[in-house]
Design a binder for this molecule. Structure first.
Ligand code: FRU
Length: 498
């Protein structure tokens, strides 16, 4: 049900406790609540924000509209963790409602400075004509976890040449300067990224627009993120308005990166290779990275997309975050993404199979469930002259009488295919029900994380990731492996997660 403007911009403090109780109760009763993903207690979650390592914890916030599953008045909700796996609920982090964020504390980032965590975000406002006026604002968190907003925005104007779609500051530090990239739309309705710098995070100097090699690539770039690794630069961003091309760009909006030589100042030139999508799945958007101890770079994304209806919308909640991934940048500029090792802390009861999967279909004792990690080592080479390696291998997950989620690998094309056409309650079918990609080398490993209503698949140690929501019946818990036209050497380990 669509909410009215008035309903969407109500503040949490103006809502009676009984109504909140009811909303909480409604989402708790949903059969699709996740068991180990970050999800909102009620209402809508979107982008990860303010992701930073500060004072011994990873701090992670998310965009939150508490009162429904529309995109209404956004808060920042705060969590922290020492291990990226067990999260402490810290409650609301940034509350909107001042003149500069009257219509939402939109996305932004966090960085340590002067012993505090600085949170730079976009204050969304609307005037009486419902015209948008974005401000870039600052909130500062101290060691006691108290967050205070500054009384004035730190960037009060949209620079000439850009529309009011100007948001999502992501800050980093280089020597004595802080830099910040902001997602923008040019007056000619093309997407871009604008760069600022600052000494102390309070006054920001406009340096200009990043000169990428993608001058015309969609109508808006949201949620930029810039970082350097091993002497190379990576720019993540979410272009909107890109037409699909074969297997690429199949979702409503894209999320990807370019990599290349470090940003050249003062020309602001970024020499880079082609745009690559970060994730092959159906539900991935607006990721953000944080720099952890020992220089590790961790990425978390929103497991959802704007402007798509989800089956939990009328159950009072929507969306979750992805599991954290650790990034590695290969020399050729390709990002590898692996689930962080700390996730192993969640591993509970284990089941295992090691042996030959002959042509046909097989299930194994204890290898089933609703919330688990599945680590499959796959050997698709012929064992000896009397055997043939399978031409296709795969598995059906969350199998019930009427439904399953299909993952299939075709050896001759090195193609990995995720098919959610029979996964359960359908969604976003206008954008297709199959996603696939060609792997660079034959399939050797699939690391799969299934939760009540999601699946994240990491192929060949981070070469490709498929992140998707699925909405099966709770009783659909089977896993069926299959091999076609030959056999497969298989070692499967499964751990229940909670
Ligand atoms: C991306 C986004 C951001 C914006 C935020 C608002 O999903 O549209 O550009 O800051 O969500 O919630």
């Amino acid at each position: 049900m669509k909410m009215t403007r008035e309903q969407k911009y109500r503040r949490l403090e103006d809502v009676a406790p009984q109504e909140i109780e009811q909303l909480l109760h409604q989402s708790e009763s949903s059969p699709w609540r996740q068991q180990y993903h970050i999800q909102p207690a009620m209402g809508l979650l979107n982008d990860p924000n303010g992701f930073a390592y500060y004072d011994g914890y990873y701090h992670l916030f998310y965009q939150w509209f508490p009162l429904g599953t529309d995109h209404g008045l956004k808060y920042w909700y705060h969590l922290k963790s020492t291990d990226l796996t067990n999260w402490i609920d810290c409650g609301i982090g940034v509350k909107p409602g001042d003149w500069f964020d009257s219509h939402g504390a939109y996305s932004g980032s966090g960085i340590t400075h002067d012993g505090k965590l600085y949170l730079m975000y976009t204050g969304n406002t609307r005037d009486t004509q419902w015209q948008r006026h974005p401000y870039q604002c600052m909130a500062i968190m101290n060691e006691d976890g108290e967050i205070h907003k500054l009384k004035e925005p730190v960037i009060a104007n949209v620079p000439a040449g850009y529309t009011d779609h100007f948001r999502d500051p992501k800050v980093w530090q280089d020597g004595e300067w802080f830099y910040c990239v902001i997602g923008a739309q040019r007056d000619d309705l093309t997407g871009a990224i604008v760069l600022y710098r600052s000494r102390h995070m309070l006054e920001w100097e406009l340096l200009g627009e990043l000169q990428t090699m993608l001058p015309q690539f969609g109508y808006m770039w949201e949620c930029p993120d810039y970082f350097e690794m091993n002497g190379q630069a990576v720019l993540l961003f979410c272009p909107q308005g890109i037409a699909s091309e074969g297997e690429q760009y199949r979702n409503i909006y894209q999320s990807g990166y370019v990599s290349g030589k470090p940003l050249q100042l003062p020309q602001l030139e970024l020499e880079h290779g082609s745009f690559r999508e970060l994730d092959v799945g159906f539900d991935f958007y607006a990721p953000q990275t944080a720099l952890g101890p020992n220089g590790r770079r961790i990425l978390v994304g929103w497991m959802g997309l704007p402007d798509i209806a989800y089956p939990t919308d009328d159950q009072g909640w929507a969306h979750c975050l992805t599991l954290p991934r650790e990034l590695e940048l290969r020399k050729d500029g390709v990002l590898l993404q692996r689930p962080v090792q700390e996730l192993a802390l969640r591993r509970g009861e284990k089941a295992e199979f090691a042996g030959i999967l002959s042509e046909g279909r097989s299930s194994y004792a204890g290898i089933d469930g609703i919330a688990y990690e599945l680590d499959c080592r796959v050997d698709l080479t012929a064992m000896d002259t009397n055997t043939t390696a399978a031409q296709a291998f795969g598995m059906e997950l969350r199998v019930g009488e009427q439904e399953h989620t299909l993952l299939r690998y075709e050896a001759n094309r090195q193609r990995l295919i995720l098919d959610r056409s029979a996964s359960g309650q359908p969604l976003a079918e206008d954008y297709g029900t199959i996603r696939s990609c060609e792997l660079e080398r034959p399939l050797e490993r699939l690391q799969i994380f299934v939760d009540v209503s999601s699946i994240e698949i990491f192929a060949n140690d981070g070469e490709a990731v498929f992140t998707s929501r699925i909405f099966p019946q709770p009783s659909s818990q089977g896993i069926v492996f299959f091999a076609e036209a030959g056999q497969v050497g298989l070692h499967v380990e499964k751990w229940n997660y909670c």
